[in-house]
Design a protein around this ligand. Structure first.
Ligand SMILES: *Cc1c(COP(=O)(O)O)cnc(C)c1O
Length: 334
């Protein structure tokens, strides 16, 4: 079922299950996971928890739900969490923490390297006084805009939250990419955090799914939240099998996405009127303002891209063909 490989640079979420992944899904041993009967879901949860160096895991349909389960497990109604102004959890999850969790966000402008400045975070922590929501949690995102957070910054997080009595959550939707960028294990990058959410459905190429990991006690609380949010599923081993296949066969191929992003950044920089701002892991941030007809050129070439009338983001992934850079540059210069 091979055809001319389409070029879709909108996101790494567009990756589709391979034939081998589909076979693994069909062959999956399943049971009713709400009854605790699905061995494939349990295997995925255990394997992900082990990869991330945590005690237990919980399979969820989406990264959005994974983050919300974590926030609700850490925070009660009327509590507050500190989060980046442009963090996915705050900005791109429809305000779920407030809408469904009754958790007040305290957003903070992120530094250019994607870190949340801890001196500013400290100044926003509320004193124990009935006027204020109770600050309970700090939420960090890695990678943010493709940027793998610096290791010396990660090392400051645990002492900070311990000093202030906060819990620490990581939205690690693309933690896999940060691990590749630093050439470290995911467990090393996850070590400071009480909970970590990872996506299987982006660069890893599974059709659906995220896993939340943390202590067994925290996962028990998170399971109750997942039930409230409608994310407890039945024979979900068919979906978990895709995740297991992705961990076993796709995780070790992510470096190729980063190489492709670097090459794409170089290729685009060679085009007159195109200004490449930066390349980070599998993302290329690029300004097309100097090139009037980028959108129509990409459309004419049959390529799927985000809006290229101004500042834009291209994301590389495993479904892009080897000749992607030549074809993208060709669409702009021919
Ligand atoms: C994609 C993403 C999510 C949410 O994942 P969905 O599965 O799309 O809900 C959360 N955080 C970050 C940083 C993401 O990139």
């Amino acid at each position: 079922m091979d055809h001319v490989s389409p070029i879709d640079l909108r996101s790494d979420t567009v990756t589709r299950p391979t034939e081998a992944m589909r076979s693994a899904m069909i062959a999956a041993e399943v049971g009713d996971d709400v009854w605790g009967d699905d061995p494939t879901v349990q295997r995925l949860e255990a394997q992900t928890a082990e990869l991330l160096g945590k005690e237990a895991g919980m399979f969820v349909p989406s990264g959005t739900q994974s983050n919300l389960c974590a926030l609700m497990a850490h925070c009660a109604r009327g509590d507050e969490y500190i989060v980046g102004q442009h963090a996915h959890t705050y900005r791109y999850e429809a305000g779920g923490a407030a809408v469904l969790g009754s958790i007040q966000p305290q957003p903070i402008e992120l530094a250019p390297d994607g870190t949340l400045p801890l001196d500013i975070a400290a100044s926003k922590i509320k004193p124990d006084d009935p006027h204020f929501a109770q600050t309970r949690l700090l939420a960090i995102e890695n990678t943010h805009d493709g940027k793998a957070l610096p290791l010396d910054y990660l090392a400051t997080l645990r002492p900070f939250v311990d000093e202030h009595g906060l819990a620490l959550h990581l939205d690690g939707a693309r933690l896999w990419n940060a691990a590749v960028a630093h050439d470290l294990s995911e467990a090393e990058l996850a070590a400071p955090f009480d909970s970590v959410s990872v996506c299987l459905s982006k660069g890893l190429g599974a059709p659906v799914g995220s896993v939340l990991v943390g202590s067994a006690e925290l996962m028990t609380a998170a399971r109750r939240c997942r039930k409230i949010l409608g994310g407890a599923m039945r024979q979900s081993g068919m979906l978990a099998a895709a995740g297991l296949h992705a961990l076993d066969h796709h995780r070790n191929e992510l470096a190729r996405d980063h190489e492709l992003a670097a090459a794409l950044g170089e290729g685009l920089a060679s085009v007159d009127g195109v200004d490449v701002d930066f390349v980070a892991t599998n993302m290329v941030f690029v300004d097309f303002s100097g090139l009037e007809d980028a959108n129509s050129r990409f459309a004419a070439a049959g390529m799927l891209v985000p809006d290229c009338s101004g500042y834009s983001r291209f994301v590389t992934h495993r479904d892009l063909p080897e000749d992607t850079v030549d074809r993208v540059v060709g669409a702009l210069v021919n």
